[in-house]
Design a protein around this ligand. Structure first.
Ligand code: SF4
Ligand code: SF4
Length: 464
């Protein structure tokens, strides 16, 4: 018998799932250094909407002192953006993101939470969004196609003119915010991103790397042009690009919303898809992602599948290859054949890039390398824009408060272009430009772009 073997503490609050370790759950020393970095604390000034307050609630729940269906517990945890700014600020190394994911997973598994804390409409929407839409590329494509038709046939403007989404009936079935949510829809002006039949795009410059593109669900549907620009930029940077058809959504939205089991299924599916691509095309130097939220989840596949003997090592190997596009380019001798781009640009750090992946320099290195481009730093560029996955749908009011403050910071810069590295931020900032009326006071309309689009434009300018 090994007397040094210590049985891990099992928290009484975690009855359906494993729960976090004792060490992780008790690491907070209540110093409060994270408070001013937390967007919801800054908005409300309430301890219960701060990282420290939420950690206290989570620990009380874990120790069995608060019931799973306690409405305040659910309310305060659900109002968290999961932006992880508190992790960056914390001197004790509290793994806040990990703790809230595990706690929400337990709560989501409890029948009493499903019955008492959500109405039927909310449960149906969760099932549709997390089980039927995002995980299934064919359904995402249909959704994209339907949205495009809705916007282009005039149905959207007719619906808005007639005020159909403001009718009281929506309130009665728990969809009172549907009009506001519809207004957030990005214009789907382009066909959906479709990888070539061969799954392969050769390098345009002398080939040095073989990379795969993780094309993502939202990026492929709502911002196809960003994926196309990413492929062009990679092929100009000595890379053959493999785009496996079998890949699906990374699972981030499920994992952040208490549906960890399904997120694990999606991770296994993606690991299989990229391993099959390696068998077909040879070993990959990197798996490139241009969406910060997905990138942070992909890099955590090893932890996500740590208890799965069949996948643990494969997940860790997969995760080790994942690179954000800015991280990859700044890490190689990137191609500097840029033409001039006369633009004043400000950069919004995506939370899951700066806080979850600790990447802040590479995007700036790339932007500063473009001749003519004037990068104007924004105050609080590391603070969330309020998008946070589906937060702007589930917590619309708080999301808009945070966005309105973000747009004040954007306006201070005077920039005519906002660059970011995540589709959620991109869509949210587009809405912010509209809400803030920023364009009304400008001769030149403010554009929102992905960083990679600026690189792509600069390479094209270099060809002229
Ligand atoms: S993740 Fe973001 S919103 Fe949530 S507690 Fe931490 S700083 Fe606040
Ligand atoms: S989470 Fe970290 S920074 Fe915040 S109160 Fe706890 S120890 Fe301090």
């Amino acid at each position: 018998m090994d007397f040094n073997q210590v049985e891990p503490v099992k928290f009484p609050g975690f009855v359906m799932t494993d729960g976090p370790s004792y060490d992780d759950m008790t690491r907070c020393i209540h110093c409060g250094l994270c408070l001013q970095n937390c967007p919801t604390y800054r908005e409300t000034g309430m301890e219960t909407e701060s990282p420290r307050g939420r950690l206290y609630l989570m620990r009380s729940f874990a120790e069995g002192n608060i019931a799973a269906d306690n409405p305040n517990l659910n309310k305060h945890l659900n109002l968290c953006l999961q932006c992880r700014a508190c992790e960056t600020a914390c001197p004790s190394g509290v793994k806040y993101g990990h703790l809230i994911e595990k706690t929400l997973d337990e709560l989501n598994h409890r029948p009493e939470v499903q019955e008492k804390q959500r109405n039927l409409t909310q449960n149906v929407i969760r099932w549709l969004v997390f089980r039927q839409l995002f995980p299934k590329p064919q359904n995402m494509r249909l959704f994209g196609l339907g949205s495009r038709l809705y916007q282009r046939t005039g149905l959207q403007s007719l619906t808005r003119k007639m005020g159909l989404l403001k009718l009281p009936v929506w309130d009665k079935i728990g969809l009172g915010k549907i009009g506001d949510l519809e207004a957030m829809m990005p214009p789907i002006s382009q066909p959906i991103f479709t990888p070539p039949e061969s799954e392969f795009v050769p390098a345009r410059t002398q080939q040095r790397y073989r990379v795969a593109l993780f094309s993502g669900c939202i990026m492929s549907v709502a911002l196809a042009r960003v994926n196309e620009a990413t492929v062009r930029v990679l092929t100009r940077n000595y890379s053959d690009v493999v785009i496996p058809h079998a890949q699906s959504c990374c699972g981030a939205l499920n994992i952040h919303n208490g549906d960890r089991d399904y997120g694990q299924e999606m991770a296994r599916h993606n690991i299989d898809a990229f391993e099959a691509a390696e068998e077909k095309f040879g070993e990959l130097d990197a798996i490139i992602i241009n969406a910060a939220g997905c990138g942070s989840t992909l890099k955590e596949y090893g932890q996500l599948l740590e208890n799965d003997p069949a996948y643990h090592e494969r997940a860790a190997r997969f995760a080790n290859k994942v690179r954000d596009i800015s991280e990859f380019l700044a890490g190689i001798e990137f191609n500097r054949d840029f033409g001039r781009l006369e633009k004043t640009v400000t950069y919004q750090d995506a939370c899951h890039l700066i806080h979850a992946q600790r990447i802040s320099k590479p995007p700036r290195v790339l932007l500063k390398a473009i001749p003519g481009l004037d990068l104007i730093e924004m105050r609080d560029s590391d603070k969330c824009c309020g998008s946070a996955g589906v937060y702007n749908v589930t917590q619309y009011d708080m999301s808009m408060r945070i966005l309105d403050h973000k747009m004040e910071r954007v306006a201070e810069t005077g920039a005519s272009c906002i660059a970011s590295g995540n589709p959620g931020c991109h869509i949210q900032l587009q809405l912010g430009v509209k809400r803030s009326g920023l364009n009304e006071s400008r001769e030149e309309p403010v554009e929102v772009v992905h960083l990679v689009e600026l690189l792509d434009q600069a390479y094209r300018a270099g060809e002229k």
